[in-house]
Design a protein around this ligand. Sequence first.
Ligand code: ADE
Length: 251
Amino acid sequence: MNFHVLTLFPEMIEYGLNTSITGRAIEKGQINLNTVNIRDFSENKHLKVDDYPYGGGAGMVMQAPPIYGAYKSIIEMINIDNSDKKYTKTDQRPRVIYLTPQGEVFHQKKAEEFSKEEDLIFLCGHYEGIDERVLEMIVTDNISIGDYVLTGGELPAMVLMDAISRLVPGVLNNDVSAEFESFQDNLLEYPQYTRPEEFMGKKVPEVLLSGHHGNIEKWRREQSILRTAERRPDLLEKAEMSDKEKDWIKS
Ligand code: ADE
């Protein structure tokens, strides 16, 4: 998986991703991280990359030429040079994800979809936005990480890269752990416990010490369903459950 990031703050992305599990995946070459500083493509002698909005209004707008130049440099690097064409289904070029509160809200299924790509380009905006013309030319996916407004697209890009990385084969030590987790089947994960067996008077549920795998599985399924009903009832509508399991919620 090759992540390319168009940003004014490459050090933020590098610091964030070269840590923990994603850092190890980068070291092992399972993920490549290529940050491109948009400012390096400024056509202005003061390296300016923004200007006042046409029509007036507050704030500054990121200009099209440096962003397009930075984008082209990535396309040339990965040698898929048909970027002058507007995107159509038959075009072969990497997806360009623009992080914006105006995008589709990110979810696990989207992470799975993106994890199948070989190259992903993330475009991080700042200030009041980006000149619409360059967005029309290069962006294939508008993605939001939730209904709130951040100061820039770097944190959302890191959120996506983290969620996508852990789905890349080999990145998690234990492949099974990406399979049985929250949002699998639209259910939240069951609670986990580890040693000590008793902590400040609170004991680990007896069934988990029993060694009876059938009972443990049943208990975990029940906990998943009850937890989802309590915390995320909206998810439960999409979850597949037997009539007996539906009764667990009522009782
Ligand atoms: N940029 C600013 N706010 C954002 C959000 N909520 N999601 C994605 N990108 C953003």
